[in-house]
Design a protein around this ligand. Structure first.
Ligand code: SAH
Ligand code: SF4
Length: 405
């Protein structure tokens, strides 16, 4: 079990030193995949379901990193598994911890083909008093090019595998001591309750609905009640609006949905979220109305990034409220988090408050989190592979995005 390394953050190691794993890890496999592997190492069919259940418990409930500790599994099978597999997680190459307990991990993943340079993705943990939210990536880079998003300027490299998506959750739980009997952090905000990671948002790098199969497998593993067991109501998938996959996500995953709306008119949304040219606002909202399971108890979150003089007028706010009429919705106003070279500015705080008031008066609770005022600035949408410290702005915008109630 990894103990929590609080003060000196993990040093970033040069890429040249990266050695891809020689044995595959069992971490991140579905029950069916584990069953098939057990079959391949000679476990008779009749025993497989029971063995999978045992492994599941040790891997996902207890978070074991060694087969030796799997006391309910026979010595022979443990040895056999250890010979062929590991319980490794993705390699953590850097960890940053902010004063308030926000943590960012840079993970190194193998290239897709032999000899290809390894890839890096980030994952961020945002603690609050009553919850801890993990912001997880679905791709290295993104194929889309939203004009306000830093990831959108980066080359799309590849989809993450289900293992790598689950791996982000495992790493966070390792580093936070979020397994039974492990030591919790002693610095920053530590949520009350029995979990450090209580919520997941698919809001890191990438468009999850363009990697739906892997995202589905990963989220179903994370939600499985015999393992990590984070309820689907506490898992939110954020999409820029890949309309044909919205229904599939609802039917096959059943988690909460967040939609990056950001504009109330197609001409502006075409510019901000170019995918809108393919799936315009009316189609997107129709898909939201039909999202499986949507109800007042299971609302869709509409994300709206506040861009100065672009989409932040009072008329925009009124139009937003009109547009969402009849859809069980929450509205999340995200202060724009600028990045080097970005062509937008964040709306003035007074404007955000005025905008927020219109939305609030229409019956939407707390559309922007302001407890720390101007401080609340950061965005998961712009995780990047540099390992500089999280700024106060970033930290607080991250908090605005840790939007699950
Ligand atoms: N691709 C998905 C999920 C990742 S982005 C999506 O677009 O929804 C997560 C959220 O961060 C999205 O709402 C995105 O629009 C927002 N975002 C991206 N860049 C941002 C920035 N610089 N400031 C504020 N929010 C940003
Ligand atoms: Fe991709 Fe989302 Fe960024 Fe758009 S906002 S470029 S979809 S990560």
């Amino acid at each position: 079990m990894t103990t929590l390394d609080i003060s000196p953050s993990v040093e970033k190691t040069p890429l040249e030193r990266y050695v891809p794993p020689d044995k595959p890890s069992l971490v991140g496999l579905t029950r069916a995949q584990l069953g098939a592997l057990l079959g391949a190492v000679g476990v008779p069919e009749a025993q497989r379901k029971m063995r999978v259940q045992q492994l599941w418990h040790w891997i996902y409930f207890r978070g074991l990193t060694s087969f030796d500790d799997m006391t309910s599994v026979s010595k022979e099978l443990r040895a056999e598994l250890a010979q062929r597999f590991t319980l490794d997680r993705p390699e953590v190459v850097a960890e940053q911890i902010s004063i308030d307990g926000t943590r960012k991990w840079l993970l190194r993943l193998p290239g897709e083909t032999q000899g290809e340079r390894p890839h890096e993705v980030e994952c961020v943990y945002i603690p609050d008093t009553d919850r801890g939210t993990l912001c997880v990536s679905s791709q290295v880079g993104c194929t889309l090019t939203c004009s306000f998003c830093h990831t959108g300027t980066q080359r799309f490299v590849r989809n993450l595998t289900a293992e790598e998506i689950v791996g982000q959750v495992m790493v966070a739980r390792d580093r936070l001591g979020d397994w039974p009997g492990a030591a919790r952090p002693t610095d920053g905000i530590v949520p009350t309750g029995d979990r450090c990671v209580s919520n997941i948002v698919m809001m890191g790098m990438g468009e999850p609905l363009y990697n739906l199969d892997a995202v589905r497998d990963a989220l179903l593993i994370v939600a499985d009640g015999d393992g990590i067991a984070i309820s689907k109501r506490r898992i939110t998938l954020s999409t820029s609006g890949v309309v044909p996959n919205i229904e599939r996500a609802g039917a096959e995953i059943g988690c909460m949905l967040a939609v990056s709306l950001h504009a109330v008119r197609d001409d502006l949304r075409n510019e901000l979220v170019p995918l809108n040219r393919k799936y315009p606002i009316a189609q997107l909202l129709e898909a939201c109305r039909n999202y499986p399971g949507v109800s007042n108890a299971k609302r869709i979150t509409f994300e709206y990034v506040m861009l100065k003089d672009i989409n932040d007028s009072i008329d925009d706010a009124k139009a937003l409220v009109r547009l969402l009429k009849g859809i069980p919705a929450k509205i999340n106003l995200i202060p724009f988090n600028p990045w080097p070279g970005s062509k937008y500015e964040c709306s003035d705080w007074e404007q955000i408050e005025k905008f927020s008031q219109v939305v609030f008066d229409a019956g939407y609770a707390s559309p922007v989190r302001t407890p720390r005022g101007r401080d609340i600035l950061a965005a998961c949408g712009q995780l990047k592979s540099a390992s500089e410290k999280l700024s106060a702005r970033e930290r607080m915008a991250l908090r605005a995005m840790a939007m699950t109630d």
